[in-house]
Design a protein around this ligand. Structure first.
Ligand SMILES: [Zn+2]
Ligand SMILES: [Zn+2]
Length: 323
């Protein structure tokens, strides 16, 4: 219990404890920074004066709330006139501060609710004006600048690369030439008699010579069918194909040993397969122990047939090279 006639002493300086003084000064610095920030904060672009004033009022109430321990707990004449606080006991002060903070929180809510509907709507969902900075190409992502005309907030969005739109331009016995309608990139598939590129070739092949391998799927499903079904409905395609093993023929794009997959004893290979004239990039993982030797022999552009477990049309695991 302290006496009433103590004169003025600020919170943190009421007793002569060094760490209380330092803590008190640091806290006041934070308050000062918030105050400075609110003063120098720029006015939003299209905000009304009313909303601007309410914004500042909110800051003032917020700052007063932060400074309330100083107002009510510093030993001043003011304190001695306020019920609870004038008792100068810990329990009365705690109860008093809970009430004060509650009142300030209520006040902040009230001030905030004064904002115009426009302002509130923008805080939830900005009125962005979008400008395309870089167009997406077949292979690279594009970028969009988003600028909120109401509050002035800037942000960016990416546009996904579109992927090539391959169409077959010529085909004869030895090769099929596909060309991208958009960028003009050409891909040539060399066909070697029977057992190569197109998935249709596998179909006829497996029909003539009955399954030799043990894990042969009963009916032969081409990559084109899988891809088409996935484009139509991913969920239905998952039910139909996910977890099953299929044979796919395509050309090697990249062979990687490392990355995260390396930790799990897996090698990752990107294979290009075609479906409906579209070039599809397949991400395939092979078991390092059993498939390493076979994979060291292939290089980019080579045609391979592998069997793998379907995760989605573009994702295959536990792959094994068939030929
Ligand atoms: Zn905005
Ligand atoms: Zn292209």
């Amino acid at each position: 219990m302290k006496n009433e006639s103590q004169g003025f002493s600020l919170l943190g300086f009421r007793t002569n404890t060094w760490w209380k003084k330092i803590l008190s000064i640091l806290y006041l610095c934070v308050c000062a920074l918030i105050a400075l920030g609110s003063i120098f904060e720029e006015k939003f672009e299209n905000i009304t004066t009313k909303d601007f004033v309410i914004d500042k009022l909110y800051y003032i109430v917020f700052l007063l709330a932060m400074l309330s321990p100083y107002i009510f707990l510093s030993n001043t004449r003011f304190r001695d006139k306020i019920p609870l606080f004038n008792k100068h006991t810990k329990s009365a002060s705690v109860v008093g501060m809970i009430i004060v903070i509650f009142v300030f929180a209520l006040l902040c809510g009230v001030v905030d609710s004064l904002h115009s509907e426009e302002y509130k709507a923008d805080m939830e969902n900005h009125a962005y004006k979008k400008t395309v900075v870089t167009e997406a190409t077949c292979e690279t992502d594009g970028e969009i600048d988003c600028h909120c005309e109401y509050c002035g907030l800037y942000t960016t969005e990416t546009i996904k690369a579109t992927g090539h739109k391959m169409v077959q331009v010529s085909a004869d016995e030895d090769k099929i030439v596909n060309k991208c309608e958009v960028c003009g990139e050409e891909k040539t598939e060399v066909l070697e008699k029977q057992s190569t590129t197109e998935t249709t070739t596998i179909k006829s092949e497996t029909n003539t010579q009955k399954p030799v391998t043990t894990t042969e799927p009963e009916e032969v499903i081409t990559f084109e069918e899988i891809y088409t079904d996935y484009q139509r409905n991913e969920l239905a395609a998952d039910d139909k194909y996910k977890g099953n093993r299929y044979k796919i023929t395509g050309t090697i794009q990249t062979v990687n040993d490392g990355g995260l997959n390396g930790l799990f004893g897996e090698l990752s290979v990107t294979v290009i397969a075609y479906a409906n004239g579209t070039q599809c990039f397949l991400w395939c993982t092979f078991d390092e122990e059993t498939q390493r030797d076979a994979l060291t022999k292939v290089s980019m552009g080579d045609t391979i047939t592998f069997e793998g477990t379907c995760e989605s049309w573009g994702n295959w695991h536990d792959c094994e090279i068939v030929e």
